[in-house]
Design a protein around this ligand. Sequence first.
Ligand SMILES: Nc1nc2c(ncn2[C@@H]2O[C@H](COP(=O)(O)OP(=O)(O)OP(=O)(O)O)[C@@H](O)[C@H]2O)c(=O)[nH]1
Length: 384
Amino acid sequence: MHLPTLVIMTLVTNVLIGFYLSVLYRRKPKDKCFKLWALSCGSFVIGAALASSRSYNIPEFFTFFVADFLLILTPTLILLGLIQFSRFRYTKRKRKQYFAAFSTVVVLLLATFQHHQLVSFIAALATASLFGLCAYLLHKSVINEPILTRTLKTIFIVHSAVMLIQAILIIINWGTINQNGLPESSIYTLLSHILLTTLTALLLPWLCFLKLERQLTLKSQRDGLTKLANREYFFSQVARYWQEYPSLPTAVMMIDIDLFKNINDNFGHATGDRTIKLVAQVLSKQLRSNDIIGRVGGEEYAALLVDIDQHTAFKIAQRLCEQVAKQLRFIGKDEVEVTISIGMAQLKPANYSYEAALKAADVALYASKESGRNTVSIGKIKEN
Ligand SMILES: Nc1nc2c(ncn2[C@@H]2O[C@H](COP(=O)(O)OP(=O)(O)OP(=O)(O)O)[C@@H](O)[C@H]2O)c(=O)[nH]1
């Protein structure tokens, strides 16, 4: 294939993808990754166009320094966008370290751009490291889509390897370079570089859509006030658990704030809402991370405790009552006595339906209310 035609085609593709990403950013300005990746397309297009004009009579400050700076900025922007998809903790300290490393590379480019081989070597090495980091971030991705993350990760690793090969070729052929500051043998690495960058730009919007889809799914599963599972999601999780772990001993609990109407009436709805939220926080902290907990009504919660015997489940339920009463004495400045009542049932899912288990816990909850509140009752379950 004719090289200039290929270069022009990749530049046009990157312009189109960059434009598309900037339109998405206008619609969703909170999603900074759209902006960062649109900028990375722009940076690549200008950098690659400048680097391709090295045979023309343009000052080398532009065709070498600015071009290489923009070509290094491209994976940097991709990296910054990827941070939002990763479990990687981008602390202030790390931010400072990366900024220092990036500034050092820019100073090196500025100091060496008249030595074409040296500047090309530095640019290749920096680009290889950045794409290596991109692969690392994707390795820690929160997006649950193996095909896309594996494909992108492979592209980043290959890209990093290609740029390393380019750096090695520059060293091996030191002294025999063309007007691009590169040895003739590096034409294939150069070609791979522009094709891999374009491929990355094509796949990145897909990552954005998966992120949006994930946000929407999470939103539809969560209760807005407490961020616990909402009623529908809680029941669907319980049904799934029943199918997957029929023989694991389990406890279900129905939990209700006592005399909540009084809290609303005496302190207002805002304090009422705050109480609902704080009770949810105490319950979440007291239960284990693999237990399932949801807000199933106004001031009513439900929990499924995984792999547990009746004695331990009862103790935990008592601890929940104690902790709520102990921790929630003040809601803001208001002195509010908050207590909860619990009804529970302990069983093996294989022996009973989850509807029967929750019904038994619900009946037990009313027994707790009847017996004076701030207490736990154990329910009897009807056979399947
Ligand atoms: N602030 C607030 N109040 C709510 C919310 N959902 C339900 N409520 C109120 O919660 C109160 C529930 O009261 P009841 O069902 O009578 O029960 P209770 O006062 O908690 O008494 P017991 O359950 O018998 O201990 C009602 O007044 C509802 O209006 C909510 O999201 N926010």
